[in-house]
Design a protein around this ligand. Structure first.
Ligand code: DGL
Length: 293
């Protein structure tokens, strides 16, 4: 090797540092958001992504507005510090309890040019198209249902649709604790679905308004009468995001397109990896994140 070659080997990395990444941030209280992230990545594979599951503090479903807002905001700030200009709350509970305050009160002070989007509005925009009877059932966590966010949002887009809601507080713990295939799960799912259909027998569309619930899809579709459509959110949110990016070049142009994915959890990463493939469809390797206090 002559002198010139030696100098090139040393100098090139110095003059061409790695470009900073500006990923899309995807957030959930734990694993559930992976069911949405999977569809987003399939629809928009070229962007860089950071996924964060706040497993150490999950589930969020029964927590107060104040707590869900505090936890979600902390995670949103972490995404911003990593250089994410856009964060998707792939969690209905966080979308119902924290999104509005973050958009209206927090963003103007912490970073007015960044954006945080949720999963409720994109779902409400299209859910009325699935029903023939005009009667829809919504299943979610206690927090999502108590917020009444779905009824309010759906009414804006489909004022003639009748919405019946039911909180299913046992479903997330059943999934998170690995009982999603058990006979015990059948008992609770049957009980909840019967309650929903008794409240409104004309329901022909059931929305799974919790990103964990697609894991229970085989059981739900076996229990619900044939002819009732079951709607999950992954594809709806992915198509809405793609549409948003087309309409917002000021955000889209700030995103980097290296096609990379990094996954973070606030709890044990090996535990996360063991559960995550059920939600994401492929093996993942999460990193542990210690959120600043
Ligand atoms: N996956 C969350 C949602 O979509 C719920 C899980 C939780 O209770 O933290 O609402």
């Amino acid at each position: 090797m002559d002198d010139l070659q030696v100098r090139l080997v040393v100098i090139v990395p110095y003059f061409y540092p790695m470009e900073p990444r500006h990923p899309i941030g995807i957030f959930d209280s734990g694993y559930g958001g992976l069911t949405v992230f999977k569809c987003i990545k399939e629809a928009l594979p070229n962007y860089d992504y950071f996924y964060l599951g706040d497993n150490a503090r999950a589930p969020y479903g029964n927590r107060s507005f104040e707590t869900v807002h505090e936890y979600t905001l902390q995670c949103v700030k972490w995404f911003f510090h990593q250089g994410c200009p856009l964060v998707i709350l792939a969690c209905n509970t966080a979308s119902a309890k924290a999104l509005r305050t973050i958009q209206q009160s927090d963003l103007p002070t912490i970073n007015p040019t960044n954006r945080v989007l949720g999963v409720i509005r994109p779902t409400a925009e299209v859910i009325g198209d699935f029903t023939n009877t005009g009667h829809i059932g919504i299943l979610g966590t206690r927090g999502t249902i108590a917020s009444n966010s779905y009824s309010l949002e759906i009414e804006k887009f489909f004022p003639n649709v009748r919405v019946s809601q039911l909180a299913c507080p046992i479903w997330v713990p059943l999934i998170e604790n690995g009982f999603y295939e058990s006979d015990g799960a059948d008992f609770f799912i049957k009980q909840d679905l019967q309650q929903l259909l008794t409240a409104d027998p004309l329901i022909d569309t059931v929305l799974l308004a919790c990103t964990h619930y697609p894991i229970l899809l085989p059981k739900i579709s076996k229990i619900l009468p044939k002819g009732i459509k079951i709607v999950t959110q992954g594809e709806i949110v992915a198509s809405s995001l793609s549409n948003y990016l087309e309409r917002h070049p000021e955000i889209e142009s700030r995103l980097t397109t290296g096609g990379s994915t990094e996954i973070f959890t606030t709890d044990d990463p090996s535990d996360f990896d063991n559960h995550a493939s059920l939600f994401f469809g492929t093996q993942v390797q999460a990193k542990r994140l210690q959120l600043p206090g």
